[in-house]
Design a protein around this ligand. Structure first.
Ligand code: SAH
Length: 384
């Protein structure tokens, strides 16, 4: 093992030397989920001392508004006496703790919910258990497959971006899967499969790069089917685009900086931008109604984040009041989006640009029997 090589990098090089190149999808899955060296398996990556900061860690207002969203959605469902409140990839458990605390103000909601967390990381499970110590009973699941039957409200913040995607490069012969192999010096390098993949039938110009979020779409489709059969809604928030397009969005972040995707396997966070149009389409094809997508800034504003900030500030002065204004601006205001975000961020050396309000989008998939859900301005019926 050379000096600057990570343990997982070493293992991957040996594997590729033996078996040949692996897909970008497999590379991403191994880097994030390898049982011993996978990024999420070994650490709590969140917060100022970690690799990146998420909305619930910026301010309690985020989880509180999502808690009120869940309670209002429950009311629109006819206030069932028992409902599963589920979170996918709950990080430190902060969002759920803030949501449950504030949702106590809605009569009957706290008594109706059972909390279920879908989490693969043992480190983060322990963290969630500590955060939610006072929240009552909590059940953990390794995947959505083992969630109990019944109506469900499912929250997912920065979950879909962490699921592995396939990438394809268009040549005049078709779409070739993008691979990770070894160069002459024995270092990890990108390449493409010699033969095109006939199952990819998307139209696109030569040179285009297509991302196929197979794992994320499988989860969205499975959840949509469950929601139409058993009632409820999924609310997903992530960075990404409202319309499908071409381009490589795979990125690696370490200590709040963008780093080379192949340089430190298992020690940098790997994500892609989420294709909200595709999630909506998969949901509608499964029979769910689509609400949104819209920007996080518009959504939180519609849910009343300005009013909530004003209430929190009432008893505060000076620095503490300024901190609320700062958090509000980060959650709601825009910054450079997409690729531009990466380049701008690299210039000043940080991967946490101020405004999340524009780059982050919000979508819901829901039981088609439900009306327009809180915060949203548009609803698309299933099938179309
Ligand atoms: N939602 C949190 C954390 C986002 S980080 C927040 O906003 O702060 C991504 C989260 O998804 C982590 O908790 C990570 O461990 C979890 N995760 C990643 N891949 C997963 C998978 N395949 N199944 C379940 N959880 C996963």
């Amino acid at each position: 093992m050379s000096e600057d090589e990570t343990p997982l990098g070493h293992e991957l090089k040996q594997l590729i030397a033996l078996q040949g190149p692996i897909s970008v999808e497999a590379f991403m899955a191994v880097c994030l989920g390898h049982p011993r060296h996978g990024y999420y398996m070994t650490r709590d990556p969140l917060g100022a001392g970690g690799d990146f900061v998420t909305a619930p860690e910026i301010s309690q207002m985020f989880g509180e508004l999502l808690g009120l969203w869940a309670a209002e959605t429950w009311r629109l469902m006819g206030a069932p006496v028992a409902i599963n409140l589920v979170e996918l990839g709950p990080g430190r458990g902060t969002l759920m703790a803030d949501a449950v605390r504030v949702a106590r103000v809605v009569p009957g909601f706290r008594e109706a919910i059972s909390i279920h967390l879908v989490e693969t990381s043992p480190v983060l499970r322990a963290r969630q258990e500590a955060t939610l110590a006072d929240a009552g009973e909590v059940a953990w699941h390794a995947s959505v497959d083992t969630l109990p039957d019944g109506p469900a409200i499912i929250l997912a913040n920065e979950f879909f971006d962490a699921l592995p995607v396939r990438q394809f490069l268009r040549t005049d012969q078709g779409w070739h899967e993008r691979l990770v192999g070894l160069n002459d010096a024995g270092e990890l390098t990108f390449g493409i499969a010699a033969a095109p993949s006939p199952e990819i039938t998307t139209e696109g110009p030569v040179g285009a790069l297509l991302e196929v979020p197979r794992a994320g779409l499988a989860v969205a489709g499975e959840i949509a089917q469950r929601l139409i059969a058993q009632g409820g809604a999924l609310l997903a928030i992530d960075y990404g685009h409202m319309r499908s397009g071409f381009g490589d969005t795979l990125q690696a972040v370490r200590a709040h900086r963008f780093v080379d995707v192949l340089a430190t396997p298992g020690e940098a966070d790997l994500t892609t931008h989420v294709d909200f149009a595709l999630i909506g389409k998969v949901g509608r094809l499964a029979g769910a109604a689509q609400h949104g997508p819209m920007t996080q800034g518009e959504f939180l504003t519609a849910l009343g984040i300005n009013e909530r900030a004003a209430v929190l500030k009432r008893k505060l002065v000076g620095r503490e009041a300024d901190a609320i204004d700062h958090a509000l601006a980060r959650l709601v205001e825009g910054g450079p989006g997409g690729r531009a975000r990466i380049e701008a961020a690299n210039e000043n050396g940080t991967a946490a640009p101020e405004g999340m309000g524009q780059l982050f989008k919000v979508i819901a998939l829901a039981d088609p029997a439900l009306p327009l859900l809180p915060g949203f301005t548009a609803r698309i019926a299933p099938g179309v």
